[in-house]
Design a protein around this ligand. Sequence first.
Ligand SMILES: CC(C)(COP(=O)(O)OP(=O)(O)OC[C@H]1O[C@@H](n2cnc3c(N)ncnc32)[C@H](O)[C@@H]1OP(=O)(O)O)[C@@H](O)C(=O)NCCC(=O)NCCS
Length: 153
Amino acid sequence: MTTFLKNKFEIFQDQLPPEKVKLLTEWDQHFFPWPWKTDVWPKDFKNYVACFAFDEKETIAMALFQVTDSEGPIHLLKIMVHPSSRQKGLGEIFFTQCLQELKKRGLNRCFLEVSSQNPAAIRLYQKCGFHQFHQIPGFYRDGSCALTMGNYQ
Ligand SMILES: CC(C)(COP(=O)(O)OP(=O)(O)OC[C@H]1O[C@@H](n2cnc3c(N)ncnc32)[C@H](O)[C@@H]1OP(=O)(O)O)[C@@H](O)C(=O)NCCC(=O)NCCS
């Protein structure tokens, strides 16, 4: 599997520079199906991990994870590929690299929630070795159900 070059992939743990916070919150408003309200964002990014990928000039993908318990699995909160870069395999390359980098930091297991109405994300997670744990009816604002998924048993 191809990975982004070292200078095209960044990872931040327990802190996030202000310019990255700005980028992440702007992308969330524009590109995430369920953007967070301003007051939901963490005050600092302790216990969070954020990853970013770039092409020659622009940011093309980002992800945000929360470390809920040092022994437990990490929680994927957000993953986004820029709309102009979607369906080219970048999501899979990026998420795979995020998981590899997390493993290097001892964060081996990951779980997430995804809307049953989001086939692109479900397919991406399946391709990256995730399987479904549960289904939570009415989890999202539009009444759609959430699938919980993880890359462990
Ligand atoms: C989900 C997302 C990150 C996928 O990124 P991507 O770069 O387009 O993904 P990839 O190109 O690596 O595709 C991965 C798989 O998903 C499939 N896929 C991608 N978009 C799809 C779509 N709209 N419908 C169905 N399948 C889709 C691809 O075909 C591929 O599977 P395949 O190899 O079997 O064909 C991107 O669509 C996105 O940013 N969506 C908005 C934010 C979001 O919904 N995040 C997830 C919230 S839980």
